[in-house]
Design a protein around this ligand. Structure first.
Ligand code: SAH
Length: 362
């Protein structure tokens, strides 16, 4: 290999620092104690993308900072606009892999759907993210930067983020420690200052981790992916999940509600003839009786050649009606951004690396 082909040593990214860990910067040449907070303010409150933009910092300190750190480690590689206003962000990581974030505008809110891993280890039978397994966890900065790119993409249209759902690629609770650091930065007043009540973490349901969820912010909302009203069907749809009894998942969700008072959302991807029959709805009513929460029915978004079908509209309506009669609140998620591959993991499937994106059409 020639010398020029060797990759330059990559500098650590400032976004990977815990929000209360910026004091390490004060050991750089030319630094004064208050510079740690100044840099953090430039990075998060003012969204600086270069050290040179930090104009009120002394030159020698700026030079030392630029020699030791990158501000961000990711690049916004592609933004796809859907006819319905949904935007899909393809983000290229320092190692060339890609992840997706989705921006979903609605009447009263604009939601960022954030990824936590490259790929996913849970391997739900109907989901694109898990098809190739988990490649790696995202770093805290790679999650924080999704927020930054989203904020900047929206700012160009004078819009602001109102909600964050941790529902993109990956299983968030399998990347708990990094997620914790990232959500601290997103939530903290010295970070991005985004309210924990407006953040939802969606999980396949790992009881020991649900029991630690307050560490992610006391008012974070919990969404649990159920997809089936009984053990046998759930096991078939989520084969990669270590045998966690459904009753343990529900018990952990109930404890979370008891401790936090935050109502739980149960997600249920609706698959034609697989879990969309009236008897499934009746079984779900029995399963969730006495739980404080609501069911979010998500008609399946087709993914490549996976052997499932979208449910009929009437089947979803009947399902919701049976839940309603059983005293269980539900909402039906409208499909969004289907013209831009917005179903989880589809854009990434097309462009798994930045290289693949640059070679498109060749
Ligand atoms: N690992 C987390 C986050 C996954 S994405 C979890 O399992 O909750 C958020 C939701 O989208 C999950 O409920 C997931 O099952 C669902 N989902 C995945 N692929 C889908 C598809 N093709 N169509 C509709 N929903 C899908």
């Amino acid at each position: 290999m020639t010398e020029s082909a060797a990759a330059p040593p990559s500098l650590p990214a400032l976004t990977d620092l815990p929000v209360d860990g910026f004091s390490v910067l004060t050991s750089l040449p030319g630094a004064r104690p208050f510079h740690a907070a100044s840099v953090r303010r430039w990075l998060y409150a003012r969204g600086a993308t270069t050290v040179d933009a930090m104009t009120d910092l002394p030159k020698d300190f700026r030079a030392a900072l630029a020699a030791s750190y990158r501000l961000r480690s990711t690049k916004l590689a592609l933004v796809r606009d859907s006819d319905d206003g949904t935007k899909k962000l393809l983000i290229e990581l320092a190692d060339g892999l890609t992840i997706e974030s989705v921006l979903i505008p609605e009447a009263e809110r604009t939601t960022l759907c954030m990824s936590t891993q490259v790929g996913c280890g849970v391997r739900c039978a109907f989901c694109a993210s898990g098809m190739l397994g988990v490649v790696r966890n995202l770093t805290p900065g790679e999650m924080v930067e999704q927020f930054l790119w989203a904020r900047e993409t929206l700012a160009r249209e004078q819009r602001e983020l109102t909600n964050v759902v941790v529902m993109g690629g990956g299983e968030p609770l399998n990347n708990f420690e990094h997620l914790k650091v990232a959500l601290e930065t997103i939530n903290h007043k010295d970070g991005l200052g985004f309210g924990a009540r407006r953040i939802t973490v969606s999980t396949i349901g790992i009881p020991s981790k649900i029991d630690r969820m307050e560490e992610l912010g006391k008012q974070v909302n919990l969404a649990v992916s159920l997809h089936a009203p009984n053990e046998e069907l759930r096991g078939r749809l989520i084969p990669g999940l270590d045998r966690v009894p459904l009753s343990d998942v529900l018990a952990a969700a109930r404890r979370y509600f008891d401790r936090t008072g935050r109502e739980i959302t149960f997600e249920y991807v609706v698959l034609k003839d697989v879990n969309d029959r009236p008897e499934h709805a009746r079984e779900l009513v029995r399963l969730l009786r006495g739980m404080r929460g609501k069911v979010n029915l998500i008609p399946w978004n087709p993914v490549g050649d996976l052997p499932f079908q979208r449910p009929e509209r009437e089947a979803v309506d009947t399902f919701a009606m049976i839940l309603d009669e059983g005293g269980i609140k539900s909402t039906v998620r409208r499909p969004r951004g289907r013209d831009i591959d917005a179903a989880c993991g589809q854009l990434r499937r097309r462009y798994p690396t930045g290289e693949a994106l640059r070679n498109r059409g060749e």
